[in-house]
Design a protein around this ligand. Structure first.
Ligand code: SAM
Length: 693
């Protein structure tokens, strides 16, 4: 400690009198070898180290079955380019802090190391107020802009809640985790603009070390307005740091031809083999610069433009970055087969380019819509690669599911005197705005004359649980009950609910939203419990071949839900919602406003649907570390949804097909066909249909 005696006395006096210490003492008080260090309110050295298991919820390893049978080979890829073995790319839904910590400290780390480690990270963290989370939704062929959902808003508030210090805390923890996960010869690109560039560069210096700073890339573009009283802001900054002195840089892959442009004071020449060059003599030596030689681009990039309104790349994500930008980064700092990651994935630009360039990838985002957009985009990439006869890799959609909920619950009940179960039930009832009731086995609360059952935290609500709820209601002569659950057993059918209704108890199933764990969302009444939707599908059977036709989809968005959607739509949107329906408003040439109903039939609510022709043939296995620190595999009791055929709307092609291609089974037997619909609000609904072949 470098404190003199009078400093020590002064500090003691100041503390005793409850006054703040002058900032100069920061350096004198804390042991640090550096004479410059970064400090802000909330800086903590410890980062999260939880390792939660990942759920794999969906598997997409082929663009869609156009031909019925696939001939497997012993190679890594089958005849159609479909990957059979090895690494599966990962699209992970959730907050990147828990995801990163689970990747870094959990069993997936081993798998990452087996792939040669994580070689490249690109991040484009939120840095503009508000705009980061919005996206376009497609309704009946029309585009409506939607603002962030509440869960995204909360992340946004956490990031910016206390201003810059909370932003730094958020980024610091994530950058430290990324530094840990990055391979020794790995690189990270951090994309920022003028708002955060100064702070993030300091943060990166602090974590990666000043010596590992490699480049500040200036990405200069033309789009955006012109300022009148200052120079127009026309660039973003992209910082490149490496983890060590060893790193990948493929100068040739990103090199640009030197060209024939005249150079000052140089002489033109031609070699005997016809190659043209410019030359200069310096210190008795002649230097030749050939026109056809490649040179490494400078750190100011001027030839990549922002995505334009009409650009076919556009997927309706306001912060979407151009693929050309990511192409340069990925080509320069990774090799084919290397693992690339983006933890602020957005619309999936990084991983779409990574897939096209034959890299492996991990992407995550906390927005439901970002994940859905990336899923559609990557299926599109797989389809393109397949069409061009190129190989493509499988990807899986993952989340931390019930483990994340348990983590939040443990956090909430930590140190509380009540039992966890008690806290949990109260929490959900409060979010649902229901009153607690006592003296029942299966009923926990009541709301507006309906009884309420709170489903479990970590397992789906099953048919037998519904039966118990029904029995209790019938005994007590209750006629209406809401059953709240994070998940519902797959086989629950509208028919079963109808049967209960006919026997005198009207049961409504509602999803518990993740927002219940956020006190602020609950206090503001923003935790919205959506009703479980239903779909119907018909199966046409001919011998061993089936075709699936989607025949109905019933959403139960209430006026409240819809109003929330409407409120969240940006001002000036031409789409409005009234009485549970969505309308488009258009002014004709006489100034009269015409209303067109966009959700005329059930088709209009659907954005995407997919089929697994043999659900239950692939168990969901998770890896967890046991007490001895060894990795163990465990079956979760669930199955993976293998996305074998799908139809979805894109900006370019907003029409959906409602009948699948024929699917031929190789063997006779009993199969379960699972159909999954994602509606325009981004909510999933599925149904299982039994078929006997
Ligand atoms: C600027 S956008 C990225 C855009 C992306 N580069 C693209 O080309 O589409 C930032 C993204 O980070 C996501 N995000 C913000 N905070 C997050 C968090 N804590 N965990 C995971 N994703 C987060 C947002 O949902 C948003 O999609």
């Amino acid at each position: 400690m470098t404190l003199a005696e009078n400093d020590k006395n002064r500090i003691i006096e100041l503390i005793k009198s409850g006054e703040n210490l002058p900032k100069e003492y920061i350096y004198k008080l804390f042991a640090d070898e550096e004479d410059v260090f970064l400090f802000w309110n909330g800086r903590k050295e410890d980062v999260t180290n939880v390792a939660l298991p990942f759920h794999s919820i969906e598997h997409i390893d082929e663009p869609r079955k156009e031909t019925v049978k696939s001939v497997e080979t012993l190679d890594m890829f089958d005849m159609r380019g479909r990957q059979l073995k090895g690494w599966t790319n990962k699209l992970i839904w959730g907050d990147n802090k828990l995801i990163l910590s689970s990747l870094t400290n959990g069993p997936l780390r081993e798998e990452i190391e087996k792939q040669g480690g994580l070689k490249l990270i690109y991040i484009d963290p939120p840095f503009a107020v508000g705009a980061d989370f919005g996206f376009d939704i497609q309704i009946g062929g029309e585009t409506a802009e939607k603002k962030q959902s509440i869960i995204e808003e909360i992340a946004y508030r956490d990031t910016w809640g206390k201003g810059i210090s909370s932003y730094l805390t958020m980024m610091y923890e994530r950058l430290k985790l990324m530094h840990n996960l990055l391979a020794e010869d790995g690189s990270i690109y951090v994309h920022v603009d003028w708002r955060m560039s100064s702070l993030l560069r300091m943060l990166l210096d602090d974590i990666f070390g000043v010596n590992n700073f490699r480049n500040e890339i200036i990405w200069h573009y033309q789009s955006g307005g012109r300022q009148e009283r200052l120079f127009s802001k026309k660039h973003d900054n992209i910082f490149l740091y490496t983890k060590s002195n060893e790193w990948v840089f493929n100068a040739d892959a990103v090199g640009i031809l030197r060209g024939e442009k005249k150079r000052n004071n140089m002489k033109r020449g031609v070699d005997p083999d016809g190659r043209k060059f410019w030359s200069i003599k310096s210190a008795g030596k002649i230097y030749k610069y050939y026109d056809d030689e490649k040179i490494t681009p400078a750190d100011v990039w001027t030839n990549i433009s922002h995505i334009q309104q009409k650009d076919p790349q556009r997927v309706g994500y306001p912060t979407q970055k151009p693929e050309a930008l990511l192409e340069r980064i990925i080509l320069a700092s990774s090799n084919p087969g290397d693992l690339v990651m983006d933890i602020f994935g957005g619309s999936g630009t990084t991983v779409a380019v990574a897939e096209k360039l034959g890299r492996k990838w991990i992407s995550c985002d906390l927005g439901r819509f970002a994940i859905h957009t990336t899923r559609k985009r990557l299926i599109g990439v797989q389809r393109e690669l397949q069409k061009d006869g190129k190989d493509f890799r499988a990807f899986e959609i993952m989340n931390l599911g019930k483990y994340e909920r348990q983590f939040f619950m443990d956090d909430l009940s930590n140190g509380a005197r009540k039992s966890k179960e008690e806290i949990y039930v109260n929490l959900i009832l409060e979010a649902y705005k229901a009153k607690r009731i006592e003296g029942h086995f299966n009923l926990h609360g009541s709301k507006a004359g309906r009884f309420v059952h709170v489903g479990p935290l970590d397992v789906p609500v099953t048919q037998s649980r519904l039966q118990d709820i029904f029995e209790e209601c019938r005994q007590k002569l209750y006629t209406q009950v809401d059953v709240l659950g994070f998940e519902f057993e797959m086989g629950l059918t509208p028919q079963f609910i109808q049967e209960l209704r006919e026997k005198g108890v009207s049961v409504t199933l509602k999803y518990i939203p993740k927002e219940v764990f956020d006190k602020r969302a609950v206090e503001k009444g923003q935790a919205r419990f959506y009703d479980v939707a239903y779909l119907n599908a018909n199966i046409e059977k001919k011998g061993k071949t089936i075709t699936v036709e989607l025949t109905d989809f019933v959403t139960h968005y209430t006026q409240d839900d819809i109003e929330e959607l409407q409120q969240s739509m940006r001002a000036g949107s031409k789409v409005v919602i009234e009485d549970g329906q969505i309308f488009k408003l258009e002014k004709d040439k006489n100034g009269v406003i015409n209303r067109t109903l966009l959700t005329e039939n059930w088709h209009d609510w659907i954005d995407y649907w997919a089929i697994d022709f043999n659900y239950e043939n692939k168990k969901e296995i998770i890896k967890i570390k046991n007490d001895k620190g060894e990795t163990e595999e465990q079956w979760t009791g669930n199955y993976l949804f293998e996305n074998e055929w799908q139809s979805f709307r894109t900006k370019k092609n907003p029409t959906l097909e409602f009948t699948s291609v024929p699917h031929e089974y190789r063997q006779t037997g009993q199969y379960k066909v699972m159909v999954k619909v994602v509606d325009i609000m981004g909510i999933d609904t599925s149904k299982i249909i039994d078929v006997k072949i």
